[in-house]
Design a protein around this ligand. Structure first.
Ligand code: FDP
Length: 337
């Protein structure tokens, strides 16, 4: 089979009228930056990239060296090409403007530069997640409020997993596609076109150590999965939890499954664990474009009107039927109150 590089794929998408030249360049630049992050990640202890950076991010979380390095690589790569009006990163409080010496474009880029940071030092897959929005008309210096657009308005979303292979998963709203990095050649090559997630699954991903803090409908739902063949679901379920969202989502994209980071008593005041703009919205678009579903347990993630750049939400995503069952339990419990 003739291999198709990411660049060829982007040219085809342009010819088909699905993206414009600026968006195509933007994705090329992000992919190139992610190749540099992959190189840094792969060096491990030899690259001096492991361990704490000694700083904290906007969420008050300790930053790892690789969080800081990845953020800088993405900012630097995206500053000068003329494709962006501004960037926003999970690692920075405010949006990053494009320096005055460079031309500005019509797009807004949001990213979580290194997702799953607790796994960096133990050599388990980590990743980058990104989302692209249109800069509102007439805005030349975008502020946080201009990024607050619902997930349904995303022009593109993607993630890169830095695992045994470096893999880019991308959508422009016309299916979800996977590219694998050919390290020798230095190109991302199309490895799966139009990925479909099976609607049903026997595999779920959740951090079970939070069980006692969950809301009643979540306790009920997971309790039924754990009861297996003898319980109301009448079948056994298997569990996986990598604790890198990119890796857990990539498994779901590959063989089906569901991923939950529900609300629990410890994180209720924050609204959830995962960030709407940097994690939930891009992953929801990727999953929906592959035939899956993504909700907060109560409503579709991509319909949420964001209220803050660093807003957190509960996340239920993956195989459609299972997301629907878990969401139904929450909606039903709310209606009974
Ligand atoms: P991390 O904080 O290590 O960056 O982004 C949040 C995230 O990882 C997800 O990637 C991951 O799914 C989850 O948090 C892990 O949560 P737990 O620490 O509760 O396992």
């Amino acid at each position: 089979m003739k291999s198709i590089s990411l660049i060829q794929f982007l040219i085809e998408e342009r010819r088909a009228g699905r993206i414009n030249a600026e968006l195509s360049l933007l994705i090329e630049v992000v992919a190139r930056a992610c190749k540099r992050i992959a190189v840094a990640t792969n060096k491990g202890a030899l690259g001096g990239v492991l361990g704490e950076a000694g700083t904290g991010n906007i969420q008050g979380e300790a930053q790892k060296k690789l969080d800081v390095i990845s953020n800088e690589i993405l900012l630097e790569a995206n500053a000068w090409g003329g494709q962006l009006a501004a960037c926003a990163s999970e690692e920075m409080e405010d949006p990053q403007p494009i320096p005055d010496m460079y031309p500005k474009g019509n797009h807004l880029l949001l990213f979580d530069p290194l997702d799953g940071s607790s796994n960096i030092d133990v050599n388990i897959s980590v990743g980058t997640i990104f989302s692209v929005l249109r800069c509102p008309d007439g805005i030349t210096e975008p502020k946080a409020e201009h990024f607050l657009q619902p997930g349904t308005t995303q022009l593109a979303a993607g993630y890169v997993v830095y695992g045994p292979a470096t893999v880019l998963v991308l959508t422009f709203g016309h299916g979800t596609h996977e590219f694998t990095l050919d390290r020798e050649v230095g190109s991302f090559i199309l490895s799966r076109r139009d990925i479909r997630i099976p609607e049903e699954t026997g595999e779920f991903a959740i951090n079970m150590s939070n069980q006692r803090h969950w809301e009643a409908p979540m306790q009920r739902y997971i309790g039924e999965l754990l009861a297996g063949k003898d319980g109301p679901r009448g079948r056994d379920f298997n569990m996986r939890w990598v604790a890198s969202m990119v890796a857990d989502v990539h498994r779901i994209i590959t063989r089906g499954g569901v991923f939950f980071y529900p609300l629990d008593a410890k994180i209720k005041s924050k609204g959830g664990k995962l960030r709407l703009m940097y994690e939930a919205n891009p992953m929801a678009m990727i999953i929906e474009q592959a035939g899956g579903a993504a909700t907060t347990g109560r409503q579709r993630i991509m319909d949420l009107q964001p209220t803050g750049l660093h807003q957190r939400v509960p996340v239920f995503l993956g195989s459609k039927k299972e997301v629907e069952v878990a969401t139904h339990y929450h909606v039903e419990a709310d209606a009974a109150v």
